[in-house]
Design a protein around this ligand. Structure first.
Ligand code: NAG
Ligand code: NAG
Length: 303
């Protein structure tokens, strides 16, 4: 699909205070996905979501955050992450579903559950709409390493420095790295997301990610959403050991350190770039299966 910048910009609303990949990250993953879904998926989702514009996915990509902040949606607050009780301080990163998913759910159970709901033709259109809005958000969240980690509550309780100011490690990864990385683009978040997605779609199609994009789907198994999400969660969690807490920035050392410096920022931002691209590309594959009603063997027994 070709997205016209001019058409999109005006329709977008600014939603402050997102708890996960900031708005920039979520909009960008959603726009990347809209480049790669099939034409029939696009038509199906535009109809289901009641939005015929190019922002049909981006426009709903942060809705799950708003919902979690409302009383009626409070029960979904824990669906945005999984608190892996591993040990990054000893270079030991892993996600164990039984150990780590709370009773009220986590990003893994939520993705499986929402996939099942999106596919259930017995359910109302409103329910399936809800499910797709959740999926578009959670596939993004799943790719933020610190959404797959318990330490200091996913880094939300760990103070670091960013360009001289104090901030939390979680926010650095959610928002500040993506924003710095895209400084060369438009200053409005929405337009910036669209421009960034265009760049990333180019890198995926015939740029630096072209050779590896097929490998991004090697664990994608439409017969088993649970297994697929668990693999992707473990992959993102590995980056907690490899990219969040690097040498000299181990959990015991990172407090108060400046993270916008080259030695930390360069490796962190190239991972963020890849995770955003990968999340969008995988989201497209996931939504294609939903639109074709092609997930099979959905099995909630593992939850
Ligand atoms: C998808 O739609 C675009 C225009 O919206 C068209 O150019 C393209 O040929 C279509 N692709 C397929 C496979 O039908
Ligand atoms: C699945 O989603 C439904 C609808 O939102 C919710 O009531 C239920 O608690 C969820 N189940 C799990 C295991 O998360």
């Amino acid at each position: 699909m070709k997205i016209s910048i001019e058409l999109v910009v005006l329709g977008l609303v600014s939603l402050p205070g997102a708890i996960a990949w900031g708005q920039l990250g979520h909009y960008t993953t959603a726009y990347v996905a809209s480049y790669f879904v099939s034409n029939s998926t696009e038509a199906y989702l535009k109809d289901l979501l009641g939005n015929n514009d190019d922002d049909y996915l981006a426009g709903i990509s942060t809705w799950a955050d708003d919902f979690a902040h409302r009383d009626e949606g409070e029960y979904t607050g824990g669906w945005h992450y999984i608190d892996a009780h591993d040990h990054p301080e000893s270079e030991d990163c892993n996600v164990d579903y039984k150990r780590d998913c709370k009773k009220d759910g986590c990003v893994i159970s939520a993705l499986v559950n929402m996939t099942e709901l999106a596919l259930n033709s017995q359910k109302s259109e409103e329910d399936r709409q809800f499910a797709v809005k959740m999926l578009v958000h959670f596939i993004g969240d799943l790719h933020q390493p610190l959404h797959n980690e318990d330490i200091a509550q996913g880094g939300t309780q760990l103070s670091v420095k960013w360009q001289g100011d104090e901030g939390k490690l979680h926010k650095v990864w959610d928002t500040l790295i993506p924003e710095k990385f895209t400084e060369h683009l438009h200053s409005s978040q929405n337009r910036r997301a669209l421009e960034w997605a265009q760049e990333l779609a180019g890198e995926i199609s015939n740029g630096k990610f072209a050779a590896e994009k097929d490998s991004w789907l090697k664990d994608f198994d439409p017969s088993d959403s649970f297994k697929t999400v668990l693999k992707w969660s473990n992959e993102a969690n590995d980056f907690v050991c490899d990219n969040v807490f690097i040498d000299n920035y181990e959990p015991s050392q990172i407090k108060g350190k400046e993270l916008s410096k080259k030695d930390y920022y360069d490796q962190a931002s190239s991972l963020v770039e890849k995770q955003i691209a990968r999340a969008g590309y995988r989201m497209a594959a996931w939504l294609d299966e939903i639109a074709r009603n092609n997930w099979h063997g959905q099995d909630n027994s593992e939850l």
